[in-house]
Design a protein around this ligand. Structure first.
Ligand code: NAD
Length: 257
């Protein structure tokens, strides 16, 4: 018996990186996974290797497309047990050059997308008296690390998490956020093309001495989505190699030894 036998799971942005690993991990634990992503080829690639998985090319900022995808999943499986709001975009534009369009695009995918997907699955979860939503945040939502629009959206996601957790807890619905530090995924491709050893350099800032792997995030997401986390809601769980716990290099400057 696996933790997600017979459960129905929707994962946004599951054509790549962490979302793709999540689709594999939920499937391995018995779930019927629905993959949503704007990249049609990536949807095909993720779904192709996963028994029982289905996919749909959906932009999470498109309310009608999101509703149609949720309706189709509910019609096929009878329900949605778990929603993972994982889709995000992030560009390296200096703050004073950030356009309104870039701001809107980054905030819309991470924050409005999570709102629209949550709003689409919640009525069914309320009717059935249970469900779990896990949002994928970022350490950028907790401290300044650049990427202002993306970071603001990730901070907003923490508020959305609490709103859903408190309002729908009495319906048996839990909502939590996993807060990843740096994870080696394709979102880093453009930066690594310019500076191939950037992740190696970043590892030095992490108390645990390495950047993360998609599997590190998947372990935490599956736990929070599972019945094992049945009394956990409204939390933000850093999965960040200790990054948010403190800064040893700075502390050594502060504390004379
Ligand atoms: N990789 C990291 O270092 C890191 C760190 C902290 C948080 N995160 C978070 O983890 C999550 C996954 O990131 P990743 O590194 O796997 O990124 P990724 O770029 O590898 O994957 C993101 C996926 O989202 C899809 N997507 C983009 N816009 C979409 C939209 N409008 N609708 C549907 N799908 C859309 C993309 O096509 C892509 O397949 C994101 O929420 C990201 O903010 C990543």
């Amino acid at each position: 018996m696996s933790r997600f036998d017979g459960r129905v799971v929707i994962i946004t942005g599951a054509g790549s990186g962490i979302g793709k690993t999540l689709a594999e991990a939920f499937t391995a634990e018995g779930a019927a996974v629905t993959v949503l992503d704007t990249n049609a080829a990536a949807v095909e690639e993720t779904v192709g290797g996963l028994p029982g998985a289905t996919g749909r090319t959906v932009d999470v900022t498109d309310r009608e497309a999101v509703r149609a995808a949720v309706t189709t999943t509910e019609a096929r499986h009878g329900r949605v047990d778990v929603l993972i709001n994982n889709a995000a975009v992030c560009q390296d534009t200096p703050f004073l050059e950030l356009t309104e369009q870039q701001w809107d695009a980054e905030v819309d995918v991470s924050l409005k997308g999570a709102f629209l997907c949550s709003q689409a699955v919640l009525p069914g979860m309320i009717d059935r008296g249970g469900g779990s939503i896990v949002n994928i945040g970022s350490v950028n939502g907790a401290q300044f690390l650049g990427n202002e629009a993306y970071s603001a959206a990730k901070a907003g996601l923490l508020s959305l998490t609490r709103s859903i957790a408190v309002q729908y807890g009495s319906s048996g619905i839990r909502c939590n956020t996993v807060v990843p530090g740096t994870i080696h995924t394709p979102i880093w491709d453009a930066r690594l093309a310019v500076e191939p050893d950037r992740l190696h350099k970043l590892a030095a800032w992490y108390p645990l001495g390495r950047v993360g792997r998609p599997e590190d995030i998947a372990h935490a997401v599956l736990f929070l989505a599972s019945d094992q986390a049945g009394w956990i809601t409204g939390v933000a769980l850093p999965v960040d190699g200790g990054l948010l716990a403190g800064n040893l290099a700075m502390t050594r400057e502060v504390v004379s030894e």
